[in-house]
Design a protein around this ligand. Structure first.
Ligand code: SF4
Length: 258
């Protein structure tokens, strides 16, 4: 008998067809929900004016690609691997409905052991303090957990891991190419995870917490009104966020003074 998660992953295109949320989107992404926690107005501005490329974003994207490089495969092969192999690490699109919203997301990596997701990994390359985990980063990763849950995977032992890595971290090309393998080995043995973090001397901090469905539903109860056009976009009240925001010169709610 075909497993429910297989059927659900294969039928993602039909799930995305009939919805229209704010700004005409057919599904709400986990990363957008994360941005809502930083500043909902910023998300709104990015839909109105388009994304503004910054040097910081481009730098982060390049490093991301280098650290999380994976072999391409087909969906059919991936689903068979998840079902039959002892260990699979993959990044692939997820979509599912929850609390009246169709959600989508592509986690940086999901570790499957014997057919069950055990870790969702979200990598954040940053310039600042790696020891701080922001609410938006926690929310984004929690929604990835909910997506796996709604798709039908057994998520009872699922851990969510936001890995924060300072861009200044000295890494050779070899260390970069082995990063994902080293991280996977460390994650599947908590002891080694502490060793990996302590060797990095504050440049790499993994923030690990268990997936909780009730927390994911709470996040949606806070954020869904925006997508359903039930309220206006809420701006941040923190001027420091505005000072660092690429929309500060055009945003009507900016608290940054030039
Ligand atoms: S300028 Fe401030 S209020 Fe406006 S989008 Fe940016 S962070 Fe939000």
């Amino acid at each position: 008998m075909t497993k429910a998660w297989k059927k659900n992953l294969e039928s993602i295109p039909s799930l995305l067809k009939e919805n229209e949320y704010r700004h005409g989107v057919s599904a709400v992404s986990a990363s957008s929900i994360g941005t809502q926690y930083f500043c909902e107005m910023k998300l709104d501005q990015s839909y109105i004016h388009g994304e503004i490329e910054t040097e910081e974003k481009s730098e982060g994207d390049v490093l991301h690609e280098e650290l999380l490089a994976m072999e391409a495969t087909t969906q059919k092969t991936l689903l068979e691997d998840i079902e039959t192999r002892r260990l699979v690490v993959a990044s692939f699109p997820l979509a599912a409905e929850a609390e009246g919203l169709v959600l989508v997301g592509v986690p940086d990596a999901v570790i499957f052991q014997k057919g069950r997701p055990t870790h969702v990994v979200e990598l954040k390359t940053i310039r600042r303090d790696a020891s701080i985990l922001y609410d938006g980063q926690r929310a984004q990763t929690t929604i990835y957990g909910l997506l796996l849950d709604q798709v039908g995977f057994d998520c009872r032992d699922l851990k969510l891991v936001v890995v924060k890595l300072r861009r200044e971290a000295p890494m050779s090309e070899q260390q970069k190419s082995q990063f994902l393998d080293a991280l996977t080995s460390a994650l599947i043995s908590d002891k080694n995870l502490n060793t990996l973090a302590s060797k990095a001397d504050g440049h790499l901090v993994p923030h690990s917490f268990p997936y909780r469905r009730d927390e994911a539903i709470r996040i949606l109860s806070v954020t869904r009104g925006y997508w359903l056009n039930q309220r206006t976009a809420q701006p941040t009240s923190n001027p420091n966020k505005c000072r660092a925001c690429e929309f500060r010169k055009i945003c009507p709610s900016s608290l940054a003074r030039e």
